[in-house]
Design a binder for this molecule. Structure first.
Ligand code: DC
Length: 223
């Protein structure tokens, strides 16, 4: 495995923005694993799979699904779905299907494979705990629900989606509960992850904190 900087945290904590800045600074590839879960969920719903499907049904449907994350774009069976996966419905189904065993097993290999070919800044919910437990630096990024709601609202409206703040607050709370209480790879802070609360911080400030820690840690690591 190449070098991996692993970042976990809930929706709206600022992971993507800071992960992209870090990948530029370090010359690492950026891996948005939420985008992979979103694309798989889109593929499943398009294939007629709903929340009540059995694991076998989901596993069979996955055989016809191919997802790739390339140059910050997400491809589902070769089609760019980078915009479609950002809708509130796609967020909901990504959270629902990401709790299912066949989906997690399917994406585990794809994510680890990405780290065989390039140094990575990888962000998601289980980067530090399950996918890359040997990452060279681990971070858990969080922010208050109010701040995360404001960020998601801005993000959705800038992408042209309807963005009602009360609805988004509810969605975020519902997803937090589902993503952190599920049995498989729940969202949690790894013991050896640095905790960063980005409430009230500008992106640049979060970036400076993280890059500072990465550089300090690198000094302590044997050559
Ligand atoms: O980061 P995001 O909001 O794009 O992620 C969408 C959903 O995918 C999230 O609600 C939970 C799931 N997810 C996951 O279970 N594991 C990951 N590593 C990344 C995302």
């Amino acid at each position: 495995m190449k070098n991996v900087i692993a970042i976990d945290g809930p929706s709206g904590a600022g992971k993507s923005t800071v992960a992209k800045l870090l990948s530029k600074e370090l010359g690492f590839d950026y891996l948005d694993t939420g985008a992979l879960y979103r694309a798989v969920a889109l593929g499943l719903t398009k294939g007629g799979i709903d929340e009540n499907a059995s694991d076998d049904g989901i596993a069979a449907a996955l055989e016809d699904i191919r997802v790739e994350f390339r140059d910050n774009r997400v491809l589902l069976n070769g089609t760019d779905v980078s915009h479609d996966i950002r809708s509130p419905e796609a967020s909901h189904f990504a959270s629902v299907f990401s709790a299912r065993r066949p989906v997690r097993a399917y994406l585990l290999g794809i994510q680890r494979d990405a780290a065989m070919h390039a140094d990575l800044v990888a962000e998601g919910r289980d980067m530090t705990t399950v996918v890359f437990p040997e990452a060279c630096a681990k971070f858990y990024l969080d922010a208050s629900v109010g701040e995360r709601t404001r960020r998601r609202t801005l993000e959705l409206s800038s992408r042209g989606f309807e963005a009602d703040e009360d609805r988004i607050r509810l969605d975020i709370t519902e997803r937090d509960i589902r993503d952190s209480r599920r049995a498989l790879a729940p969202l949690r802070k790894a013991d050896d992850a640095h905790f960063i609360d980005s409430t009230g911080l500008a992106v640049e400030e979060v970036f400076e904190k993280i890059i500072g820690i990465i550089r300090e840690d690198a000094k302590d690591r044997p050559e």
